[in-house]
Design a protein around this ligand. Structure first.
Ligand SMILES: NC(=O)c1ccc[n+]([C@@H]2O[C@H](COP(=O)([O-])OP(=O)(O)OC[C@H]3O[C@@H](n4cnc5c(N)ncnc54)[C@H](OP(=O)(O)O)[C@@H]3O)[C@@H](O)[C@H]2O)c1
Length: 409
């Protein structure tokens, strides 16, 4: 039993505190320390990548409570040193033995690595929060956007999946509206940044810009196999020959139904644009009852994780640069869909940082909720810690044989 597993026992001896009042005053780490709880050990799998780097920034910025941190990547990065929060860490090669004493493993090393190593992490007793698509649609794996279905976290059996980035960005504002007036149909078009395909894709876009400035006849095009700068193209995930939809589009369709826990017809068109960071989406909604613009605006203004940028006079609306490095999803162009009579239709345009809210931030929010759940349960004396139900999870039917995917953002 790792130290964090023992925390509920420790906590039962701790003084009860007014949690909501405490939350307003101090970080989760301070709360845990004050209540006498043992802090969890955390591993980041894929720490050198675009999402992994964001994890480091967020854990520090949000004062995520941890005792020890393990930084994992491939053999290419093993041995490299990182100074983080005043301490030197050495990156280790991820192996099946990497997860001893780890309580929470934040995975962002790609789907095939998740399939290979997440079972080992769970067997070692960790709860995995996985950014890849490896387990998202598996029964028994909660697929969580904390603003939408935080309660699903409790049902985990060792793995919690972070949804696809475009899906997360769409679901946060749409859910806020859907809670008030049911959404009957979603039509979405995405404008996706290079960083959605990882740090190398981001570097390639920058390289193409340099190549172009230097007047090279051909720009470097290893990642997407085409010129990206001054161009845009249909998302690089595999296209289903039968339906014509690509995998990214199908993720938005299927994952939204799982997260909302109800059938919502979604149709998506996903496009890569030569933007470094932050995705945009044009979202068209059809409601079961009329949803007027003023009501939609008021709902979105009060929605967690949403900021409104909607200045018609000055033509100021959400943009990727505005959203880059920000937690919130920026929503604008809020207007009735004039093609749907009776006020049943609404148009939105959003921008959100898909490395942050579309990946790392969403996963860290899940991890924070895991810690909070364990703390709440321990206060009530009903739980054994965050790993509840995770033992031998893979002998209980998780599949690691889902098809390989070239791109999984
Ligand atoms: N980028 C996004 O916007 C986004 C959004 C949502 C979800 N995701 C998901 O998050 C995951 C990571 O994406 P990313 O954009 O951060 O990719 P990335 O920048 O390409 O980084 C990949 C990371 O995985 C590590 N890795 C690769 N092979 C490995 C191996 N055999 N063993 C251990 N580590 C290995 C790499 O380590 P080395 O540096 O040592 O090679 C690197 O740290 C993917 O599953 C992706 O689908 C990404």
């Amino acid at each position: 039993m790792s130290s964090f597993l023992k925390m509920s026992l420790v906590l039962r001896r701790a003084n009860r505190v007014n949690q909501s009042a405490m939350r307003g005053l101090c970080s989760q780490a301070q709360e845990l320390e004050r209540s006498g709880m043992v802090l969890p050990n955390v591993a980041i799998a894929g720490v050198t990548g675009a999402v992994g780097q964001e994890f480091l920034e967020l854990l520090e910025a949000r004062k995520f409570p941890f005792a020890n941190l393990k930084l994992l990547a491939s053999a290419r990065s093993a041995g490299k040193k990182i100074t983080y929060m005043g301490k030197e860490y050495t990156i280790e090669e991820m192996t099946e033995d990497s997860f001893e004493n780890v309580d929470i493993a934040l995975f962002s090393a790609g789907g095939s690595q998740s399939k290979k190593y997440a079972p080992a992490a769970v067997d070692a007793g960790a709860v995995v929060v996985d950014n890849s698509s490896a387990f998202r649609m598996q029964p028994g794996v909660p697929l969580v956007v904390p603003e939408v279905n935080p309660e699903a976290i409790r049902a985990h059996r060792g793995i919690i999946a972070n949804p696809n980035c475009s899906t997360i960005l769409m679901n946060v504002p749409v859910w806020a509206l859907h809670k008030e007036v049911p959404v009957k149909r979603i039509v979405v078009s995405t404008y996706q940044a290079s960083s959605g395909a990882g740090a190398e894709a981001m570097r390639e876009l920058e390289q193409q810009a340099r190549d172009w400035v230097e007047g090279k006849e051909e720009v470097k095009q290893d990642i997407f196999g085409r010129q990206y700068i001054w161009n845009l193209f249909s998302h690089n995930s595999a296209v289903c020959l039968e339906t014509g939809y690509n995998e990214e589009e199908l993720k938005m369709v299927k994952e939204t139904t799982k997260i909302f826990d109800e059938q919502i017809p979604v149709t998506a068109t996903c496009i890569r644009v030569p933007v470094l960071r932050a995705h945009c989406e044009a979202i068209n909604l059809t409601f079961a009852e009329p949803m007027d613009e003023a009501r939609a605006r008021s709902i979105l203004e009060n929605a967690p994780g949403v900021s409104i940028v909607d200045d018609r006079e000055n033509n100021q609306f959400p943009e990727p640069l505005m959203a880059s490095g920000k937690d919130d999803i920026f929503v604008g162009r809020i207007r009735p869909d004039l093609s749907q009579p009776g006020g049943y239709g609404l148009e939105l345009f959003i921008a959100g940082d898909q490395i942050r809210k579309g990946a790392a931030l969403n996963a860290v929010q899940i991890a924070e909720q895991l810690v909070q759940n364990a703390r709440d349960d321990a206060t009530e004396g009903v739980s054994v810690g965050i790993k509840q139900g995770s033992e031998a999870v893979f002998s209980r039917g998780f599949s690691t044989s889902a098809p390989e995917e070239k791109n999984e953002d």
